[in-house]
Structure formats: structure tokens, C-alpha cells
Design a protein around this ligand. Structure first.
Ligand code: IYR
Length: 227
């Protein structure tokens, strides 16, 4: 059997996955869950260096995510340069100070109390890498015409999920940080106008002394309905 065929002029590859026994499936799904369940968002980072090749692998993994019409509407900016990290920290803290002091509702501030967050963001300088994920709402062709991408929010959200899992799998930690508003990142990182900042993710090792909130995940019964 050929492993390639053409349907209406487009090539298709045969796709196979090794068949797992139900026992193996159960074991693998349970151990993957357990490992993923040990992932935590971390706000106290070590400055210990991480090889750049690791970061490249993490981004390659993120880019294996499905996307609307396979447009891959994302750009991952990796910041290692301490000067740029400092600029980002200053700008982010400026916005966050305003948010915490006047823009966020009292309900919101109350909800954040167990997480212990405030406007100080030292991890933006401590973590060896910041990955800023940009979403690309449209592409510009050579003549400057806009070509819209599809399901951009969903696609980039899934890619970030893959990225966070890959970071955890590599033995590193991350934080999904959303300085708000974060349009300053477009300017600081000199991004083109078709890109909008989506998330800022510090990546590295946890600090030697690192604490995370004692919070629980919802039980399967509370998050699922089987019909
Ligand atoms: N962006 C702010 C506030 C914040 C908002 C949510 I929703 C969080 O889950 C955590 C923090 C900050 O980063 O501090």
C-alpha cells in the first residue's frame, strides 16, 4: 500500500498510531495525569541558566498544536537580554500598580488574596527567560493585503497549553502572567501591527525557597458530565 495518496490534487499521508492495550492506556493516562497534576504556577524563580536548546524544544512543542485552518497564528518571543527584561518589568509594574490600586474590582482583589499576588513582579527579571506569546489576527501578503486567520484565540490558547505542559515536562516552571493592559510589549519588542500580545510566560527553575498557594483543583464530578 502506498503511504501517500492524492485527493483532489492535495497529498495525504497514511497516519497510524501504535495500538495500546487497555491496561497500558490506563497506566499511561493515570501517570500522565499525576505528572500534570504536580504542575504549579510559580512566582518565585531562580536565576539559574537554562540551555537555549531546551527553550527551542519547548517552542517547537507548542507549535505542534492544532490551529484554525492550520494557520499557526502565533509568534513566540524569547527574552534573555537583562536590559529588555528590566524594561518589561518596569512597564508591567507601572500598569499593575494602577490595576491593583484603581482598575480592579473589589471582588477581583478579594479573589486574588489566596494567591498572594500584588503589583511587584521581580520574576520578570529573575527568570532566565521570558516567553511573550503574540497572536496573529491576520497575515499581510507581499502587497500589504490582510489575510484573516481563524479561531485565533482558541488556537493560541491551545498552543500555550502545549507550551506549559512541555515546560513542566522539562522539569522547569512557569507562570501565565497577564500584565494588563499589555500593549507596551508590542512597542518594547518591536512587533508588527498584525501581532497582539497574548500572554507573558517567565520560564526557569523555582527559587531554592519557593512557596505556592495551598489550593485544590475541582474534582472530576464537579467539572464533567457524562451522557
Ligand atoms: N494581572 C495581575 C492580576 C492577576 C489576575 C489574575 I485573573 C490572576 O489569576 C492573577 C493575577 C497580576 O499578574 O498580578
Amino acid at each position: 500500500m502506498p503511504d501517500i495518496k492524492i485527493i483532489e490534487e492535495y497529498p495525504y499521508l497514511r497516519y497510524r498510531k501504535p495500538l495500546l492495550s487497555e491496561t497500558e492506556m490506563l497506566e499511561r493516562s493515570a501517570s500522565f495525569y499525576e505528572d500534570m497534576d504536580s504542575r504549579r504556577s510559580v512566582r518565585e524563580f531562580s536565576d539559574k541558566a537554562v540551555p537555549k536548546a531546551v527553550i527551542e524544544n519547548l517552542i517547537k512543542t507548542a507549535s505542534t498544536a492544532p490551529s484554525g485552518a492550520h494557520k499557526q497564528p502565533w509568534t513566540f518571543c524569547v527574552i534573555e537580554n537583562p536590559e529588555i527584561k528590566k524594561q518589561i518589568r518596569i512597564a508591567a509594574e507601572q500598569e499593575e500598580l494602577l490595576s491593583y490600586e484603581s482598575r480592579m474590582s473589589s471582588d477581583w482583589l478579594e479573589d486574588l488574596k489566596p494567591l498572594g499576588t500584588d503589583w511587584h513582579k521581580p520574576f520578570l527579571e529573575t527568570a532566565p527567560y521570558l516567553i511573550v506569546v503574540f497572536k496573529r489576527s491576520y497575515e499581510l501578503d507581499v502587497d500589504g493585503n490582510k489575510k484573516t486567520n481563524y479561531y485565533v484565540q482558541e488556537s493560541v490558547g491551545i498552543a500555550v497549553g502545549f507550551l506549559l505542559s512541555a515546560i513542566h515536562n522539562a522539569g522547569l516552571v512557569s507562570l501565565t502572567h497577564t500584565p494588563s493592559p499589555m500593549n507596551f510589549l508590542t512597542k518594547t519588542l518591536k512587533r508588527p501591527i498584525n501581532e497582539k500580545p497574548f500572554l507573558l510566560i517567565p520560564v526557569g527553575y523555582p527559587a531554592e525557597e519557593c512557596w505556592v498557594p495551598d489550593i485544590q483543583r475541582k474534582d472530576i464530578a464537579a467539572i464533567s458530565v457524562f451522557y
